[in-house]
Design a protein around this ligand. Sequence first.
Ligand SMILES: Nc1ncnc2c1ncn2[C@@H]1O[C@H](COP(=O)(O)OP(=O)(O)OP(=O)(O)O)[C@@H](O)[C@H]1O
Ligand SMILES: [Mg+2]
Length: 382
Amino acid sequence: MLRHRPPLRTAHVRAVDVHLARGGRPVLRGLDLVASPGDRIAVVGENGRGKSTLLAVLAGTLAPDRGEVHRAGGLGVADQTIPAGGGRTVGDLVDLELAGARAALRALDTAAAALAGGDPGDSYADALATAEALDAWDADRRVDVALAALGAVDDRARPLPTLSVGQRHRVRLACLLGARHDVLLLDEPTNHLDAAGLDHLTAALRAHPGVVVVVSHDRVLLADVATTVLDLDPSIDGRPRTYGGGWAGHLAGRDAERARWEARYAEQVEHRRRLADDLSAAQNRLRDNWRPPKGTGRHVRATRAPALVRAVHRRQDDLDARLVDVPPPPRRFTMPHLPARPGATLLRAEGVGVAGRLRRTDVALSSGDRLVVTGPNGAGKS
Ligand SMILES: Nc1ncnc2c1ncn2[C@@H]1O[C@H](COP(=O)(O)OP(=O)(O)OP(=O)(O)O)[C@@H](O)[C@H]1O
Ligand SMILES: [Mg+2]
């Protein structure tokens, strides 16, 4: 059981107007973020939008080109890379993440000895508060619980290089969940988890008393845990968007924002088209005026011509000033309309198998069917 714990008052993350280019291209532009205890920020965006870059900036391993990042509290990071570990073992990884808890217990012992020796200072009370905030006595047990729940290797003597990438990810994640860091920065933590592991992660993040910033493409996880969503996908002004109200708030806010963007773009394009029409009409009149229909007096042509020239110039200036400053919104994907053919079987496979890859399988799909293919690794889905 995960108990609900009181918030750690130190947990805090703040980013102000962060800009960062990578490989010569702007990745983060004017990013603002504030997170306090109990905030679980989901970072979303298509591949390459800068989600991992943002976590590195928040972790302090990557300096922004401009802007500021402030962070308070102990930090736990699970990034997309996982160290092979040299000669290190599972136990070393546990020790690394529990270093704060272990240090707190040592400091408490030292302070207790000083107190017993007659030192009346504040150090004992301070050491006790720190150890209590981390529930340091229980840290190893929490890691063991998390290792078991995530299906991770729990043999602390096991050398890390003998573990698969997925196994190493699970061990590290279990250590982070057990360590009770104030601030957790997690990059795609669900990648190597099965359904039970996912349930444990979800519950652990929901119970986390500090700040969580999680990058994930897993909509179910985000819907379950996110209090706020930071969206790095393109926006009307190029700045990232933050939506409160959890995942549902993000979906509603993003749709509204997108509709406003499309409307403003369409309005500007239309306005420019009207100005261009006006200009070409004025240019036509000017041209016609030099070769007026027979009977038009020479005097009239001479007096009207300068006014027309001025009108053309004015319209040209209007057009030049009226650039479309809203970028075109990204295209929306819409499903092509497929004709419904009730009752018709559109695909049938009977007793198909592939030696060593797929057991004999039957499939029949009718108009309107949607088939989900699931199965354990190696079952033959591909
Ligand atoms: N070390 C690097 N040097 C130069 N450019 C980099 C570096 N790392 C990332 N980039 C570029 O920065 C941009 C953002 O990359 P980042 O890895 O942060 O994206 P992401 O949103 O995490 O993507 P994904 O969903 O694939 O994990 C990309 O255009 C990427 O090519
Ligand atoms: Mg990434």
